[in-house]
Design a protein around this ligand. Structure first.
Ligand code: PMP
Length: 357
């Protein structure tokens, strides 16, 4: 058997670990912040009709500019955003990769604020961009002083801000984003994968007059579309021109484009689940202290909770009971996704039993 080390792989990839959240088919899967509500049947029927039409034309390459999809995404976002401001790819992970291919790369630095989304540093690694970090304050909150101080210290080419932040759920004040923008000549990307679950204003409100500000979103979370793979961002049209330089031609398949356009036509129905998910998130935040745990405030569709004496042991016990959550490697903490009402009940009941409450 050949080992990875024996291959002539890039030196900077040696010893690195791939992204690897478990995908085990246990009954209650609350580990990767998916929307666990199925797509409504009438929307699914419409998507299938749209896919059928796309299949009939699949002998041709898809629209390389995905114009219809960009228009639908711009309409969905509002805030004066038009199709010229939109970029999309196979998940927002690929969008972030395009951003670092265009604005990062060897000899350049991207600044992030751990604990944050694990793919940010992995995509930095894959694109040869140096990952540098700044510190968060108490309860993982980021202040203007934290962000501006870290920018001055590390002089990054790209700043990644995650709002709400994964895995902590912490929202980010838009004044902090504006201050970060003013403190750097580089790109400031706000990863708003969970924006639809938050109540504060979006960084989209800051786009006007800020050509180096990029706001990324995804259809994987609020839209219950993780399996289709569609992420996007809004930015100045010049940024979109930069991203065109690094994308592979026809990177969004005709099927992906057709499915996403059809789903966006039903945005209201697709997003009806968001309110229900927020109810379950807040229910967990309310219930966890009585079980002896310390949940953090969350503006996303998941909750990070502390007070866990042995995270790995509790994770394993829950798993044995058919409940999969996430050990994100923060000492004393675990993260759980807000699922359906039934899934949340099973999680809380199982946790109560295992915790002797
Ligand atoms: N950003 C954040 C903060 C995330 O948590 C995730 C998914 N876990 C993503 C981006 C990527 O999602 P996708 O590629 O499915 O759009």
């Amino acid at each position: 058997m050949t080992s990875l080390d024996e291959l002539p792989i890039r030196d900077d990839l040696r010893g690195k670990k791939p992204y690897g959240a478990p995908q085990d088919l246990v009954p209650v899967r609350l580990n990767v912040n998916e929307n666990t509500h199925p797509i409504p049947e009438d929307v699914a029927t419409d998507i299938v009709r749209s896919l059928a039409r796309a299949v009939l034309g699949a002998n041709r390459y898809p629209d390389r500019e995905f114009t219809e999809l960009r228009t639908a995404l711009a309409d969905y976002l509002g805030h004066g955003v038009t199709a010229e401001n939109i970029w999309a790819a196979n998940g927002s992970n690929e969008v972030l990769q395009h951003v670092l291919q265009a604005f990062g790369g060897p000899g350049r630095r991207v600044l992030g604020f751990p604990p944050t989304y694990s793919m940010h540093s992995i995509i930095a690694g894959g694109t040869g961009t140096t990952w540098v970090t700044g510190e968060r304050g108490p309860d993982y909150v980021l202040t203007e002083a934290d962000v501006v101080g870290a920018i001055r210290q590390t002089r990054p080419d790209v700043v990644f801000l995650c709002s709400p932040n994964n895995p902590t759920g912490t929202p980010l004040d838009i004044d902090v984003i504006a201050a970060a923008y003013d403190a750097t000549d580089g790109i400031v990307l706000v990863d708003e994968a969970y924006a639809e679950f938050a109540s504060g204003p979006s960084a989209l409100t800051l786009l006007e007059g800020r050509p180096r500000l990029l706001v990324s979103r995804t259809m994987s979370k609020a839209f219950a579309f993780a399996g289709i793979r569609l992420g996007y961002l809004a930015a100045d049209p010049a940024v979109i021109d930069a991203l065109r330089l690094v994308r592979l031609p026809y990177h969004l398949s005709a099927l992906t484009q057709a499915a996403a356009v059809a789903a966006l036509a039903h945005a209201d129905e697709m997003l009806a689940m968001v309110d229900e998910i927020i109810v379950q998130r807040d229910r967990m935040i309310e219930a966890l202290p009585a079980l002896g745990y310390e949940p953090l405030p969350s503006a996303a569709n998941f909750v990070l909770f502390g007070g866990v004496a042995d995270p790995h042991a509790l994770f394993t016990k829950l798993y044995a009971e058919g409940v999969l959550i996430r050990d994100v490697g923060i000492p004393g903490h675990l993260r759980v996704t807000a699922g359906t009402e039934a899934e949340t009940s099973i999680f809380l009941d199982t946790l109560a039993r295992l915790s002797g409450r």
